[in-house]
Design a protein around this ligand. Sequence first.
Ligand code: 5GP
Ligand code: MN
Length: 334
Amino acid sequence: MILSEALGSFRSVLDGLERVLITTHVNPDGDAVGSVLALRGILRSLGKQAEIVLDDEIPVKYRFLIDDPVYRVDDREFLDMVTDGGFEMAVYVDASEPERAGAVSQHLDEWMVDGAPVANIDHHISNTGFGDIVIVDGERASAAELVLDLSQFLGIELTPPVANQLFAAVLTDTGRFQFSNTSPESLQAAGSLVAAGAVPSLVTERIYFQRPAAFYQLLGSIFSDLEMHYDGRLCVMTMSIDQARQFFPTESVDTEGIVDFTVQIDGTDLGAFVRQMETGVYRVSLRSRGDVDVRAIAEAFGGGGHAKAAGCRIEGKVDEVKERVVAEIGRHLG
Ligand code: 5GP
Ligand code: MN
């Protein structure tokens, strides 16, 4: 299905219903958060009852974007809403497969009316093409650009809060317009969002420049333990639970962006950030700045993502996990 056809079918399906459920992937990033919030605002401006339900909390640094409650799967208010009548359409945003939404996907059937259509708005090349309405373009830098396309297609005039939400999404998924995925479309999207009232200095300030000092102390500890492999072509950084607790005794740490430092070192083609989640469980974030496709590496461990940014979950002891990742990367280095 080409994009304009998909947008058309989204519009005609939407015309006949009222209640729309919106979700995104676990561990939501800026694109996920900004895109679901903006989509909710856009659908509400069409008079729809649109709600967001997520498996995870929204990270602190994105909370300034929230303009109305966002629900978790066990929120009473949300479950009461479901008993009033099921949702008539589900929209997944920035999720390459339904399972990426975690517990939301497991409960979805309970919350939807029978036969409710599923829409899939995403920009992962690895997107499985699930759903009845597939608005997927693997060439786009952010899911938000597709949400913006949809709003333009639907003829909606964006409000400044929605413009800020979409701007935050494009900003974060392009690494502040610095990653190689930054395209004319990303910059055009940014331009029209600023014209619609987005404030780049405010969004940047809130997301990037309000980290606690402890974050930089933790970063120092991670940096001092970094490892280089393959003649400096690969940098591996790790963070254990104990290490995180040393600097953040009571809260969980927002590690988004740490992996990007691995490919800011002269000579590196690839970087990995290995984060301990619980005893024997690690999340691995991968980045490439050359020709190596890190999605293929993540897929070897059951994960996925994009050519230049991907991730997976690996179980084992830290040294084994690192060894397996380094060995798999070695197989892909030319
Ligand atoms: P990050 O390293 O920032 O967590 O993720 C980078 C990219 O890989 C994102 O586009 C994210 O959606 C994708 N990704 C990360 N972990 C996984 C995973 O376990 N499975 C899949 N399919 N994609 C992942
Ligand atoms: Mn994204």
